[in-house]
Design a protein around this ligand. Structure first.
Ligand code: UDP
Ligand code: MG
Length: 318
């Protein structure tokens, strides 16, 4: 199998027929073998029946995973990925805001030697206040914090080589952070402009609150990508810094005491210094515990602390 298209679907009964029409139109022009993996994320409308119908009509191409309840877009995507067999995986929304006709162009970009091609919705057709503006800020912050500069993390339409998706579990709203993880395992990432359309049927499942979730997830992602192999660096680093500040404050108090006879314990700086010392010390200990956890994490799964791009004269499973 060359190409798997993974599409999460939640209450999109009116969009599905149009989606399938558009997909077939594009996919039939491809030379490679392909499959569609649609994940019904606990829809309460006719989504499941429609998927079943299409799956029965075209068993060669259409596969459907029906989840028991609504788990959210990221979990639905994860379910789809677990069933995808393609060497190349394309993620997309079911509501036709993304345009399947952009896929061949993205595949061509992958062929240029990229591992991940990310869609960029230049002319985004969503609510400006609750969606486009917060997402502009979020994109800027994420790019800054992670060092992976993309203009549209939120665009689901992205094409991936299978390797960059492996060894990575999706939680929360994490699917948008796949590029960050991919970059951390050495992926070459390209961004291409894709079309975006307003929703024809149904309504968006998200509002402003998602930006907040995304920013919280960013903390986790940054920590996992940058420090998960060496947590002591961040805990010990912060801890050390706090203890240095604590020592500096104490020194200042002692010098003031000996030169000007100002009481050490009377000053609020004294409490601050003690507090910083305790916090710093605690943070270092936490770092050590985190180090233990990391070892358990990697060793229990036999998960290496590195990823391999290619091997010569070596068996790939070795
Ligand atoms: N979706 C899902 N589970 C959810 C919410 C959304 O599978 O709990 C799907 C939805 O059917 C669509 C995609 O995720 O295919 C994106 O959702 P939506 O269009 O509401 O998001 P927006 O485009 O407004 O960001
Ligand atoms: Mg949408």
């Amino acid at each position: 199998m060359n190409l798997s298209l993974v599409i999460p679907v939640f209450n999109e009964q009116d969009n599905l027929p149009l989606l399938f029409d558009a997909l077939y139109k594009t996919m039939n022009t491809l030379k490679d073998s392909w499959e569609l993996i649609l994940v019904d994320d606990g829809s309460r409308d006719k989504t499941k029946l429609i998927l079943q119908e299409y799956a029965e009509k075209d068993p060669q191409h259409v596969r459907a995973v029906i989840l028991r309840r609504n788990y959210g877009q990221t979990a639905a995507i994860a379910a789809g990925l677990d069933h995808a067999k393609g060497e190349i995986i394309v993620l997309m929304d079911a509501d036709l805001q993304n345009d399947p006709s952009d896929i061949p162009m993205m595949l061509a970009k992958l062929d240029e030697g990229y591992d991940l091609v990310s869609g960029l919705r230049k002319q985004r057709k969503d609510n400006a206040v609750t969606r486009n503006f917060p997402s502009m800020i979020a994109n800027w912050v994420i790019s800054r914090v992670t060092g992976v500069h993309l203009h549209d993390y939120g665009c689901t339409l992205k094409a991936y080589r299978r390797e960059v998706l492996e060894g990575f579990r999706l939680y929360g709203e994490m699917h948008r952070f796949i590029p960050v993880y991919a970059a951390s395992v050495g992926a070459n990432i390209a961004e291409v402009v894709v079309s975006h359309h307003p929703r024809k049927f149904g309504k968006t499942k998200y509002g402003l609150e998602r930006t907040a979730k995304v920013i919280l997830d960013l903390f986790t992602v940054k920590f996992l990508v940058s420090y998960s192999a060496k947590p002591i660096y961040i805990f010990g680093g912060t801890g050390g810094l706090l203890m240095i500040i604590s020592a500096a404050l104490m020194l200042y108090l002692l010098v003031r005491r000996s030169l000007f006879l100002i009481s050490v314990t009377g000053s609020p700086l004294f409490q601050t210094s003690v507090m910083f010392f305790i916090l710093g010390f605690q943070s270092m200990l936490m770092g050590l515990i985190a180090e233990l956890l990391v070892r358990t994490y990697h060793e229990s799964q036999r998960k290496p602390t590195y990823t391999v791009r290619a091997k010569f004269n070596l068996n790939t499973n070795e």
